[in-house]
Design a protein around this ligand. Structure first.
Ligand code: NAG
Ligand code: NAG
Ligand code: NAG
Ligand code: NAG
Length: 209
């Protein structure tokens, strides 16, 4: 090896090591939020498979339908984070992600919807009564209606269910002619007063190997 080859070999080696090391590092904070490994806001940190977005100081998750959901909290040791359910537009009973059919995760991504979410669906069509959801007059979704009075969801047909492992863990579906709005509560407890519900959709990730 001559000096020139030696030099380029060395430079290559250093570059490869640098990119290898930084790929294992946590990303800088987004606004006031820490971005723990493996979550990645850019190609130089975290693990690129675990892509999230730092949009103007707000850490966000991008669905398969290209809809952004704000990340509210992250629990890296449990491989989980909680996203904000979409807003229900004032005086209507439409979730802001209704146009894209609700929340859809890419099946090939490392993320899925955890089994700690109690999903509440609003303004459902009668056909949903055939499903195994809780659409009774004492369903928890009736409580939500009382506190969220400014939404147009009052007195619409609503149903709730625990998103358990028997269901797809990649979607919460809304559509015109089905149910047009939804919210979700993490670790719902029927004894809890509605004002202390923890609104959110908990997602989990497969740890990198
Ligand atoms: C970015 O965030 C700042 C502070 O929260 C806000 O004033 C500004 O309007 C935001 N800009 C955009 C493009 O959202
Ligand atoms: C519906 O939810 C209420 C309140 O949590 C519960 O008491 C009731 O048993 C549920 N009904 C069905 C059919 O699951
Ligand atoms: C409820 O859904 C139907 C379509 O399924 C829609 O026409 C109606 O406007 C919705 N109601 C509200 C209050 O948004
Ligand atoms: C979701 O991901 C977790 C691990 O990240 C896994 O244990 C679980 O089986 C997955 N659930 C489904 C229904 O794929």
């Amino acid at each position: 090896m001559n000096v020139r080859e030696m030099m380029s070999f060395l430079i290559m080696f250093v570059l490869v090591s640098i990119s290898h090391v930084s790929a294992l590092e946590a990303c800088p904070n987004c606004g006031s939020m820490q971005v723990p490994y493996p979550l990645s806001t850019n190609d130089n940190c975290g693990n690129p498979r675990y892509r999230v977005y730092c949009n103007n100081g707000s850490l966000e998750f991008l669905s398969a339908q290209k809809f952004f959901y704000q990340i509210l909290s992250i629990n890296p040791s449990a491989y989980k984070f909680i996203i904000r359910p979409p807003l229900i537009q004032k005086n209507t009973c439409y979730s802001s992600d209704l146009d894209v059919g609700g929340l859809l995760l890419d099946e090939n991504s490392p993320f899925n919807i955890s089994t700690h979410n109690t999903v509440m669906l609003f303004n459902c069509s009668e056909t949903i009564l055939l499903s195994p959801l809780n659409c009774s007059s004492i369903s928890p979704c009736r409580q939500f209606e009382k506190v969220e009075a400014e939404t147009g969801c009052i007195d619409t047909l609503c149903c709730s269910f625990l998103k358990d492992s028997a269901m797809t863990s990649h979607r919460i579906r809304v559509r015109v002619g089905g149910c047009t709005a939804y919210t979700s509560v993490v670790d719902f407890n029927p004894d809890q007063i509605v004002e202390s519900w923890n609104y959110g959709i908990e997602l989990q990730w497969v740890p990198p190997n």
